[in-house]
Ligand binder design. Structure first.
Ligand SMILES: NC(=O)c1ccc[n+]([C@@H]2O[C@H](COP(=O)([O-])OP(=O)(O)OC[C@H]3O[C@@H](n4cnc5c(N)ncnc54)[C@H](O)[C@@H]3O)[C@@H](O)[C@H]2O)c1
Length: 314
């Protein structure tokens, strides 16, 4: 299997992540077969891809002439057999559920051509877990995208102990060819790098609110307008290299004892879920949501991410 054997891409699951991943491959010129369980989901994905492509064109990231050919390269189907027939590289982006993913990988393994690489976009599960029922252990790995995949350049690449060097190399080359920045991890672990760090941050953020130290609004205000700004241009190691590890040691020795290190979900978080306060999807979480403030958040995030994509720093 070489990179030149890779021309047909299949994406399984056309939700928030799957439609954006399909869009990325199609924008780069690949034929994409996008699969989901209902025609409604696929129609929603196609409509969203059209909106995304127009947004990118309006902001000069792609040309308007690219929109129609990109859409034409994406073939949608509810028939799994149709997507697996020609696929050289498969990205699975279905709901985060281990038995479901294992079942899909078992089926993909049985149906796909022998050289086909199977990648999962799971947020936290390990490739050895997801591919446990498949035979081609050497051709299974995770490609972990961040939302929205067409504006965030980095993709974490996670191998199991069985994944071959060739699979890692072909996948990294493929991602590079479509304009992504692959970050190859040394070994698999639950949560990789990005989700682990985000979990540590939100665990402490909820703890701060639960302890009455600051409101959720204030936590977001502090993060957005202080170290959050720095993090997109200098990573945590670079920041603390600048500060000096001796100073950091003196400052954090006492502080670490105060931080939340509980392995349990914070009771406040659990209570909110039990009360149906799920965030945007139920119109209330830590904040209250309506059409206006939700649109304002989407616009603010898109504006900033497009700006960064234009002046690509990494
Ligand atoms: N949302 C994020 O920010 C994010 C970021 C990185 C990774 N992920 C991971 O990506 C995956 C997808 O997440 P999402 O946010 O796109 O979820 P989503 O709910 O928006 O989409 C999941 C899609 O999978 C489809 N699906 C379910 N069962 C299926 C089956 N048997 N065959 C085909 N399609 C099926 C659903 O109909 C749905 O359209 C998850 O593993 C998630 O953890 C999510």
């Amino acid at each position: 299997m070489t990179i030149d054997d890779t021309s047909h891409i299949a994406v399984i699951g056309a939700g928030l992540m799957g439609h954006g991943i399909a869009q990325e491959f199609a924008t780069a010129g690949y034929t994409v077969h996008l699969h989901d369980i209902t025609h409604e989901k696929l129609a929603t994905a196609q409509a969203q891809i059209e909106r995304n492509l127009h947004l990118l064109a309006e902001n000069g990231i792609i040309t308007t002439e690219k929109i129609a050919p990109t859409q034409q390269r994406i073939h949608t189907t509810t028939d799994l057999a149709a997507v697996t027939e020609n696929a050289d590289f498969v990205v699975e982006a279905v709901t985060e559920n281990l038995p479901l993913k294992q079942e899909i990988f078992e089926e993909l393994d049985a149906r796909c051509k022998p050289h086909t690489i199977l990648a999962s976009n799971t947020t936290a599960l390990m490739p050895s877990q997801i591919g446990a029922k498949a035979k081609r252990q050497d051709k299974i790995l995770n490609t972990h995208y961040f939302n929205p995949p067409y504006l965030i350049p980095l993709v974490e690449l996670i191998r199991s102990p069985e994944t071959s060097d060739e699979t890692v190399a072909v996948t990294a080359e493929l991602l590079t060819r479509i304009g992504k920045t692959p970050a190859i991890l040394e070994r698999e672990s639950l949560g990789f790098v990005g989700p682990r760090l985000q979990a540590a941050l939100i665990r402490e953020a909820i703890f701060i609110v639960e302890q009455g130290i600051a409101s959720a609004e204030t936590v977001d205000l502090v993060v957005r307008n202080s170290f959050g700004r720095r993090l997109s241009v200098a990573g945590p190691f670079e920041v603390f290299e600048l500060a000096g590890w001796d100073l950091v040691l003196a400052a954090f020795e006492e502080l670490y004892r105060e931080l939340n290190s509980s392995p349990e979900i914070n009771p406040l978080h659990r209570e909110m879920v039990e009360a149906g306060r799920l965030g945007v999807k139920s119109r209330e979480g830590f904040f209250k949501w309506n059409d206006e403030n939700l649109q304002e958040l989407h616009d603010r995030m898109n504006r900033a991410l497009i700006q960064q994509a234009k002046s690509e720093a990494i």
